[in-house]
Design a binder for this molecule. Structure first.
Ligand SMILES: Nc1ncnc2c1ncn2[C@@H]1O[C@H](COP(=O)(O)OP(=O)(O)OP(=O)(O)O)[C@@H](O)[C@H]1O
Length: 733
């Protein structure tokens, strides 16, 4: 679904590191991955924990859109708010919130700077443009700007008017007595008023931000359209747009605020909590918005009642700093925004890739970091040893630098820079190859699934034909009601599967061509690097330089090996998937056989038929085997073994980004707090269903069992519901 079709859009903006954060030595811990995923690393976790066994607080969050420091104001506006304008002009309400802790960039997004105006100006400009384009009717646009500070409301366009009262009229509409409403016809005029009003906003220095806005600032733009119907009765259509720059969301306890600040913090928290609850309730209700939502908990939610309820659109832009020093605020902000909307299956497939890739890259990076540390310490040690050698220091001091030596040094540095460049290029190419490999596996698994659907159908069709041919003439069953004269009509899922196969084939061809091209480029990059490597020793003028170069090459080789290992891991996973796939098919077949046996047995017993002894014995044997559950145990063993192999590299099972199939706590559901850590939906498909990934992920063959079976009916020797549960983050069919 495009943002324009969604009643609630939740976006995340990660601002650039500030100078202060850089001075404090902060590192970047919030990353955008793909268009919809943000990863927050825990800065306190042990950097040496390369197996990622204890990375419990590293989390992945999904939003409708994620922006990082590279996103422009225009990008943010276009992806989040632009689509609201048409609705407002057509008489609908909409709200845009900027949410986040102090200093995370809310005002920057909403108000912006002269050169880079924010959402306010861009929305208003588009609004006036849209009105102009509609022409004929009689339009009126007015605006008001207020702040809610400590649960009291002030008019920012007329601050001397004191506190304002919020009232509900007899129809339940919210009214604000005494609020200045300015009629206007151009965006610049509104911006001028806003900038003026903003100076009146309650701002105070806090521990987190020197000029922190301590209030919620609400810009309300009302668009009225007068029109005369054929009966000349005048109708007025009103659309309201609220744009809200919320107060900093940090917890009072996190900012070491005391006294007044703490009281403010409590009010802010209360209203933000109320807002979160309302948005959450609204997003869950879908069609019946506003019915059971408690707007009364804070002034903010009461004021926005009209704009949030009914047929309105809501956009929340959450903001965080990427700095390690703001980990806690970022974490709580992400959780708040994430909870505002639980984005379901739509992005799962992409996320699977994305998370898997992060896992790969963070591994590559941490390995390289270790190597670099190793190199550094080795160089330092060598230097120390050299210094310790008698006469070395003196000799170094005494050697006069002459032109020839300088030239050779410059030449060497140049070659070294080229070599590092060539290594980097290779690294990029290797990563792309690993990605392509991953894509190939996914395409392959998808393809198998669709081919299976087609094969099932072809088999059914063939059986149908055989049955028809065997039926004696005159005994023919009447033609089917849909007029296909006995021909079975291909079900839509098969048609879709055929289309998918074609698409996947095309994608496979594309991937293969890309891979071939990349491999060629990698081969020539390797050639180039090896020529440079050969040049270097000749240029290196000292043993130190030669050693550094040797280490450089060694680090590079290690990196290459590491990437190859990753690719091997991928191949191994692919084999395991295929194996599981076959087992699933056999299991499906087995269930059908069991059902058949049971039905036949009932027929035999019900009809009082005599059964030959040998048949009875065989039946007893099967019953005993099923009773003993040996087959189930074998399947269990296989699954345990394959899932332990699938967790790569060894020991990474605890990582929130590991690439297994038990996706519940991983895919966007923060483990501690997300809806029961991902076990919100339990799929009960079959005793071995936990072998398989959630079919929604589209990564594995789907068990097409009859509904009764799929709910875990206690078939012969089956383990019942509990035995077949697997946790996933979506409604499995
Ligand atoms: N995306 C961005 N690009 C460049 N600078 C940014 C960005 N976001 C924020 N900043 C800068 O960071 C600083 C803090 O931003 P801003 O005042 O918008 O934070 P805030 O969330 O509104 O804070 P508060 O709640 O305390 O008012 C400002 O100097 C702003 O210019």
């Amino acid at each position: 679904m495009e943002p324009r079709d969604q009643p609630l859009v939740v976006a995340l903006r990660i601002r650039p590191l500030s100078d202060t954060e850089l001075e404090e030595g902060a590192t970047v811990i919030a990353h955008k991955v793909g268009d919809q995923v943000a990863v927050l690393m825990d800065p306190d976790e042990d950097p040496e924990d390369t197996l990622r066994a204890h990375r419990s607080r590293e989390k992945t969050f999904i939003f409708d859109t994620v922006f990082d420091q590279h996103a422009s104001q225009e990008d943010v506006y276009r992806a989040t708010t632009q689509h609201l304008v048409e609705g407002v002009v057509s008489g609908y309400n909409a709200t845009v919130f900027a949410y986040g802790p102090s200093g995370a960039g809310k005002t920057y997004t909403m108000l912006g700077m002269d050169a880079e105006p924010g959402v306010y100006l861009r929305t208003l400009s588009d609004l006036f443009r849209a009105i102009e384009m509609r022409g004929s009717t009689d339009w009126g646009v007015s605006m008001s700007y207020l702040e809610i500070y400590n649960e009291v409301i002030r008019d920012l366009l007329n601050p001397s008017s004191g506190f304002l009262d919020l009232r509900e009229d007899s129809r339940g509409s919210i009214q604000m007595a005494g609020l200045t409403e300015v009629s206007t016809s151009n965006a610049q005029e509104i911006m001028h008023l806003l900038t003026k009003g903003n100076r009146q906003r309650t701002q105070e220095p806090t521990a987190a931000n020197k000029t922190s806005s301590r209030s919620h600032a609400v810009l309300q733009v009302t668009v009225r359209q007068r029109s005369r119907g054929s009966d000349l009765a005048e109708g007025v259509r009103v659309g309201k747009l609220f744009m809200v720059d919320l107060a900093g969301s940090e917890r009072a306890s996190q900012t070491q605020n005391r006294g007044k600040r703490r009281k403010e913090g409590a009010h802010i928290n209360r209203s933000l909590l109320a807002l979160g609850n309302c948005i959450n309730a609204l997003s869950e209700k879908g069609g019946s918005r506003a019915q059971y939502v408690n707007f009364r908990d804070s002034k903010l939610t009461r004021l926005l009642k009209d704009a949030l309820g009914g047929n309105s659109r809501t956009v929340m832009i959450a903001h965080i700093s990427p700095a390690s020093t703001h980990f806690e605020e970022s974490r709580t902000t992400l959780l708040y925004a994430y909870r505002a909307k639980n984005i379901k299956t739509r992005v799962k497939r992409n996320l699977l890739n994305v998370s898997y890739h992060i896992a790969q890259y963070t591994d590559v990076i941490s390995n390289l970091r270790r190597e670099i540390e190793h190199l550094k310490s080795k160089i330092e040690k060598q230097e120390e040893e050299k210094r310790g050698e008698p006469g070395v220091q003196d000799a170094q001091v005494r050697i006069p630098s002459h032109d020839g030596e300088e030239d050779s040094c410059r030449q060497m540095n140049k070659i070294r820079a080229q070599l590092v460049g060539a290594f980097k290029e290779q690294l990029e190419m290797r990563r792309s190859l690993v990605e392509l490999e991953n894509t190939n596996i996914e395409l392959h698994v998808d393809m198998s699934r669709h081919l299976l659907t087609i094969a099932d159908w072809e088999r059914e069709k063939a059986q149908h034909l055989v049955h028809r041919d065997r039926t004696p003439e005159g005994d023919e069953e009447p033609a089917e009601a849909d007029g296909d004269e006995g021909e079975s009509v291909e079900p839509p899922e098969v048609a879709v599967a055929r289309e998918e196969v074609n698409t996947l084939l095309a994608e496979q061809r594309k991937a293969a061509a890309l891979k071939a091209g990349l491999e060629q480029r990698l081969a020539s990059a390797k050639e180039k690097a090896s020529q440079l490597e050969q040049l270097l020793p000749a240029q290196a003028s000292s043993e130190d330089q030669r050693e550094v170069l040797r280490l450089l090459c060694w680090a590079h080789e290690l990196e290459a090996e590491n990437t190859e290992l990753r690719a091997d891991g991928l191949r191994r996973r692919s084999l395991l998937w295929q194996k599981d796939f076959v087992i699933q098919r056999y299991h499906q077949h087995r269930l059908l056989c069991e059902q058949l046996l049971r039905d036949q047995r009932q027929l035999i017993e019900g009809g009082g038929l005599a059964v030959p002894e040998s048949l009875d014995e065989r039946y007893g044997l099967i019953l005993r085997e099923l009773g003993a559950g040996s087959l189930n145990r074998l399947l269990l063993l296989h699954s345990v073994m394959s899932s332990s192999l699938r967790v790569f590299p060894p020991g990474r099972a605890g990582s929130p980004l590991h690439g297994g199939w038990r996706l519940g706590p991983i895919w966007g559901l923060p483990r501690e707090e997300g809806r029961g850590g991902g076990s919100a939906f339990i799929c009960h498909t079959s005793p071995v269903s936990w072998l398989s990934p959630c079919p929604e992920l589209g990564r594995a063959p789907r068990l097409r069992l009859p509904r009764r079976e799929a709910k875990g009916s206690p078939g012969l020797g089956q383990g019942g519901r509990g035995a077949g549960a697997h946790a996933c983050g979506s409604d499995c069919p």
